[in-house]
Structure formats: C-alpha cells, structure tokens
Design a protein around this ligand. Sequence first.
Ligand SMILES: Cc1cc2nc3c(=O)[nH]c(=O)nc-3n(C[C@H](O)[C@H](O)[C@H](O)COP(=O)(O)O)c2cc1C
Length: 418
Amino acid sequence: MKRVDDFRLRLGKHELVPIMIGGMGVDISTADLALEAARLGGVGHISDAMINTVADRRYDTKHVKEKLALYKYNVHNEDKSSVKFDLGRLVEATRLHVEATMRRKQGDGLVFINCMEKLTMNAPKETLKVRMSAALDAGIDGITLAAGLHLGSFALIEDHPRFRDAKLGIIVSSVRALQLFLKKSARTGRLPDYVVVEGPLAGGHLGFGMDWAQYDLATIVAEVLTYLKGENLDIPVIPAGGIFTGSDAAGFLDAGAGAVQVATRFTVTEECGLPAEVKQEYFKANEDDIVVNEISPTGYPMRMIRSSPGIGDGIRPNCEAYGYLLDANGKCSYVTSYNREVAAHPGARKVQVWDKTCLCTHMRNFDIWTCGQMTWRLKDTTLRLADGSYQMLSAEHVFHDYQFSTDNKVALPAAATV
Ligand SMILES: Cc1cc2nc3c(=O)[nH]c(=O)nc-3n(C[C@H](O)[C@H](O)[C@H](O)COP(=O)(O)O)c2cc1C
C-alpha cells in the first residue's frame, strides 16, 4: 500500500514532501507551525489576516492603538466609511511578520502566506496589493490566494520584480472558479504554480453555500484534474478538506494530486497559535458540536464549534481599531445587525446578536472556534492524561504521521514525561 512519502511535489526547482499545512488566520497557523512544515520538507503557511494586530502582539508595534486613537471620534457612528488603513503601517506589519519568519527558516521546504480577498479592509484593491507586494519584498516563498475569486489579484502584482519567480497559487472550490480565474489572469501571461481544491469539509470559510453537504472533494478534484489535462496545463492540484490520515492523503496522490493541504490535525499541536484551553475544546468536540452557519460578515458560510463564545455575543463593533471586513463602502453586516438590536432594545446595557458576529474581534480573541469537519476525530489522535485532558501533539509528530502512516492508522504520541 502506498504512503505519502512515496510521492513528491515538484514546484519549479523544489522537490517537496507533498504535505502543505493550510493557512489559518488569525495567527492560528503561526510562524512556528509553518517553519516546522518547511523544516520537514513540506510547505507551511503563515496568514496575513489582521496582520496589524498580529504585529502588535508579536513585534511590539502599536498599530491598533494608533488607529483607534485616530478614529475614536467615529466609534458611535454607524457610517464607518472614513475608517481607513494606513498603507505604510500595513507594509510595516507584513514585512515584520514575513521577515521574522523567513529569517528562521531551515530545511528544504517552503513557507507561503495565505492572503484572503474577503479581508476587504475598506479599500479592497489597494490593501490587497500592498499586502501581497510587501510579503514578496520581505522574501516570502509564495502566496496562496484564498477566500475569494481573485479575478484581479495577479494583475495587482504583475509589475513586482518577484511576480514570476515567487510561487503563486489559488484556492478554488469548483472547476468553474478555476476557469474564471485562469481567464481573468491570462492577460498577465502567468499561470498559477499550484491549485488548492478545497472541499466542503474544510475549516474556516467555505467556498460553498449552505448546501455544502451535497458536494464532495474527490469529485471536484477529479473534475479539476480532467479540465487541466484537457487544456494541457501541468499545474499541481492540491486537495484540501477532511483529509485526516496518511492513507486519505495517499489516496488523493495516487489519483493524480500533486500534494494535499491539511490543517485540522495541526490545530492541536504545540506550534498552533490557539490558546491551550481552546485546543482542549477542539479535542473534546463531538460530531454534533460542529456546525456550519452564516454568522461571518464575509457572506461565506463558516464552520465552527457550536460552543464558541463569540456566537450570539453582541459587543460593540470595533471597526475603528480593526475594520478588516469593511467592504469598499465601509460597510460590515455585523455593524448593521448590531445597530438593529440596539435600536430594538433601547436602554439595554448589552444586546445579543445571533445572525452575524463581530469576526475581527472574536478571531483576534480566539472566541470563534473555526474548525474542520473532522475535528471530532482529534480525540483519537492522542493520549488522555490523568486529569482528563488530552495530551498536546507536536507538529513534527502529526506531519510524520501523514507522511509515513498506512492502513488508515493514526500514530499516537509517546506518553509525555511530566
Ligand atoms: C482553525 C482553522 C482556520 C482556518 N483559517 C483559514 C484561513 O484563514 N484562510 C484559508 O484560506 N483557509 C483557512 N482554513 C482552511 C485550511 O487552510 C485548510 O484548507 C482546510 O482546513 C484543510 O482541511 P482540514 O482542516 O480538514 O485538514 C482554516 C482551517 C482551520 C481548521
């Protein structure tokens, strides 16, 4: 029986272990996690979601405080269109994060950055251009375009000196989305170096409607492979979403995939950015604790653990400090929902908002526990400790389990010595 290690992913001159750890914002896929993937010969991702916030936490900048001070006058105003990001600060934050990560890189693998189009930041084109260009300037190995169709994203960086040498890929959830992307990017004379095909069981936002359960990753991957073959395009296809064991992964590689992208199994590793107590919630989750809902202001369905503290929480919007989801007109659907509840409950000290969530604040505070559908199986990947908690894993352990396991087995870690 074949295992993942029997395959390699070729990206230009690189020959890689065909395991990509997917981007997980906000700083859930940390530099430490991405660097482990690279050290072990695969591909890791950092994420540029809420990058100013991440820079404040990790590199001692004061971007959030400064932005809030500048726009404090607007906190009670429903109209957020004046709340803009300082593009210079955005460059600084991106550079700090990418440079600090790349400086520590070891091994033959690569570190990419996940850039979500849906982080519209009240100036979608300008901010996305700055984010991608600054990451390239700072030496990132590649960029994965996520959460959006990215029809104009290649054009935004086509004049960058690294446009042709950096690895650029796109996440799609259908052959149609890929066709559109290729058509709209054709003018730049550049194809993506890889295509991640994300199915309906993934974590984070889904590229499907609420009818996600009717779709199936293997079918979409087969359609994409057939399409690319028909077009004579030799682009590695990388399935993602619900690939839980090395055997699941090897099955896709055997069927023609170039690599797999995985994330959920790494949410319970030491290197993952979630707080330790939240990792225990991921371990504990049962199948019926995992829900897909429409509370994300992005408009995409999102998967999360039902008991996430951010669900229903009616905090005042924090767009003056964050504002990553403000659209091109300075609107966010949480702001609308929040104002509706405030108007409906005059005099209430605190309201509840169920139809949308303040995703910026809650992702920043790790209060929306987004997860993959297979999260309920995490408890079977480790040992139970005497106090009833679950033993944390190392990224190396999980990576090697994907790389070497056969027969759908999941290797348990060695018991931790106390
Ligand atoms: C906690 C978590 C956060 C995620 N955040 C993002 C994100 O910010 N951007 C993105 O493109 N994908 C995100 N994803 C999707 C992963 O990158 C990946 O494609 C997918 O989850 C793989 O499926 P798996 O989790 O079943 O292995 C996230 C997944 C998880 C589990």
